[in-house]
Design a protein around this ligand. Sequence first.
Ligand code: G3P
Length: 219
Amino acid sequence: MEFFLDTADVDEIREIAAWGILDGVTTNPSLIKKSGRDFKEVVREIAGICSGPISAEVTAMDTDGMIAQGLALKADLPDNVIIKIPCTAEGLAATNVFNEKGIDTNVTLVFSAAQALMAAKAGATYVSPFIGRIDDTGHDGMNLIAEIMEVWASYDISTKVLAASIRHPTHVLQCIQLGAHTATMPAKIFRQLMKHPLTDKGLEGFMKDWAAVEAAGNA
Ligand code: G3P
């Protein structure tokens, strides 16, 4: 399973990349705003830190505009940058064009299994269902991942399911159990996934006993 970081903060990306488990990065206009940096400059820097797919999102609402923006991003930025496209009819048409040109895409803002399947049929490399934002409406976002994985099991689909809008470590565990190909999450969740109180407690005990071994001159 691929683990992506959902951020445009290069310090966080360096921190998690150093763990040797980072497979890619997703950004969106809100994350670029939060970084306070120039869009292309920050995406270029991210693409230099992580060799996996780096999603850069188009902001045009029409197909021609999305295609023009996506081609400009591909021309200006490193090869590992892929084009993130909203899951609209216009976005589907742009995805189809990028697929024909051999350009990888991530179709985002997916909220139903039907949308996911249509994006896959249009040739998306990744589809991004948003879990947390469904939870926010009082429904269970994880049901969407389960539905999509059920559909994927019935057909020969090469598009990867990229679970997004992940809010806590349990979301990640459930995505793993459901067989989602990829999960994108904030750095905070990477840290939470690595933390266990029994690891800390066990380490504390080992260190205390080792200090006694050293004090006895037996180290
Ligand atoms: O990459 C988009 C997605 O992960 C957004 O998450 O927390 O803003 O719903 P969130």
